[in-house]
Design a protein around this ligand. Sequence first.
Ligand code: GLC
Length: 435
Amino acid sequence: MSKRLVLLMCVAVLGGGGFLAACGGDDDEGGTGAGGESTGATEGAKTIDVGAMDNAKGNVTICMGKDTGGDVTAAIKAFNAQKNGVTAKILEFSTSADEQRQQFVQRQEAKSGECDVFSADVIWTAEFASQKWLYDLTPYVDTRRDELIEATLETATFDGKVWGMPQQTDAGFLYFRTDQVQDKPTTWQQVYEDAKAKDGIVYQGAPYEGLTVNFLEMAYAAGGKVLSDDGKKSEINSAENVEALKLMADAVKDGTAARGVTTYMEEESRRYFESGRATYMRNWPYAYALGSKAAAVKGKFDVMPYPEFEGGTKAGILGGHNQVVSVFSKNPGGALKWISYITGEENQKNQFMNASQSPTLKAIYDDPEVQKKYAFATDLRDAISQAKSRPVSPLYPQVSQAIYENVHDALTGKVTPEKALETAQSEMDKALATF
Ligand code: GLC
């Protein structure tokens, strides 16, 4: 086995929030990968030249998922209006996280320089960095470390280096109708009971990354895990995880969850809630600004941090996007100039105020204008700081697929929750064994 493969095996895994370093066998040097220690998996990566941004000229293309709130398009307009020598343009990919990844991966495999910058989901850092598709941005991020919420910086860190500048972070909220809910529920069980008695709940139940998030939020709260402490085996098939999945599957069966929920991603759930058809919705903060403009629910909804799972705890999953620079970019200096703009305080505040996209910069949450507009600002920052990571691994896409496909089978009633998690466990073990 090549040294590189051995080193990739040593990649650390975060499961159920625990930090799990896995490296044994013939490589004692191997570290956690996700944290500060180097595993060697990214040896030889190109490092960004911070100085190149000063005199940068020319064009840069910014690839990302759908710009749902129009806030990145607005940022591009403002950046171009500066006439600083660099002109940015946006290339929008799919709304689905999985499809966004594929669209970027295809370009990187073809060594295409089409995307100078990519707005990369926090779960892709390990994979993209191991593939040597990204510039090491450590020298740039080092100049701004103190401004960032620590948890967001960790999502961009792998193998001892920082591969992206955190730009937008995410922690899920429980949206609820203030005209229907007088006493806020304190457990997930109560949420489902209340939803059953009223207009139900909507969330992201389609088979894709969003379902992995929705399930893990419940599973981690119930006390479950994804992988063993050494990161080598799956531990998804546990009594805690079965309990979490049962709560979700029963609600699909008895109609508490929206009828189409097993086909919904973020946007479909948002539109369903905005049409006034659900009492509760699980979604990211971006849905707040858009919901505030929706006639049927305007002024009739609020958000709350997640309640606890009965007999368990409270848990959230950290989401968000980091601005990464492709190694195939012909204009890395220009790319950095853009990154410096979009992640700057003025723009992040605009994106928060206009599109409720959560900033990665700590200070913005304390800004008086922000505090005035969003009563939830401090709760959101706390939720982000405490949110748990999804497993950190170059194999993450396979791990997640094993989760969402099987969880989806349980939600649609194709298999029991027990059987779904048994299958997920064996699929994950197979994937982990390929390294
Ligand atoms: C949001 C989150 C991202 C997550 C995705 C799932 O975009 O920021 O981290 O993977 O939703 O659909």
